[in-house]
Design a protein around this ligand. Structure first.
Ligand code: PNS
Length: 161
């Protein structure tokens, strides 16, 4: 039995909601590996290396968390990292339908359990796609993402204030 959890996602960009789930997973597992999907294929705001870089900076204070890129099947990533648990946040019932199917597919493909963590209500309306939209129209995303992300986007000119 291992005590390694994988927190997967596209993280385009990482939000405070993601960070909250990663932090809470880190208090319950010996190690957490954040699995950042490299090819997200849906008009990305950030290049893969930049998403990974920002995740690493945003989780630098968490000694038992590391971030790695992945492509292909998540179960293969879990196997390669010795993890049998995936941790995902659930914001609302509307998340559940798709998340349940993914959890069941991952369980069918490999020996991997998915644990769902109730999102902190403070972040239940947050998503990377909404943050991306606000950033693209130069709105202020400072309340929704780690400071390092808003700073990086501001430097790039994707962030209004
Ligand atoms: O942040 P997202 O976009 O909701 O993350 C989705 C992600 C990366 C967790 C999901 O797309 C995924 O696991 N992709 C890997 C492909 C895979 O393993 N598919 C089969 C199981 S659903």
């Amino acid at each position: 039995m291992t005590d390694i959890a994988v927190c997967p996602g596209s993280f385009d960009p990482v939000t405070l909601g993601h960070l909250d789930v990663i932090q809470r997973a880190a208090t319950r597992f010996e190690q957490v590996v954040v699995a950042c999907l490299r090819n997200i294929g849906k008009s990305p705001l950030l290049e893969p290396d930049e998403r990974i870089d920002l995740l690493r900076a945003a989780t630098a204070h968490l000694g038992n968390v590391r971030t790695e890129a992945f492509d292909g099947l998540l179960v293969d990533f879990c196997r390669a990292h010795g993890a049998t648990t995936i941790v995902k946040g659930l914001r609302a019932a509307s998340d559940f339908e798709n998340e349940l199917k993914m959890a069941q597919m991952n369980a069918a493909l490999g020996d991997v359990e998915t644990l769902f963590m109730a999102t902190n209500p403070r972040y239940s309306y947050l998503s990377s796609s909404l943050v991306k939209e606000v950033a693209r129209f130069h709105g202020d995303i400072g309340a929704f993402v780690p400071e390092v992300v808003s700073r990086r986007l501001r430097e790039r000119g994707d962030h209004g204030s």
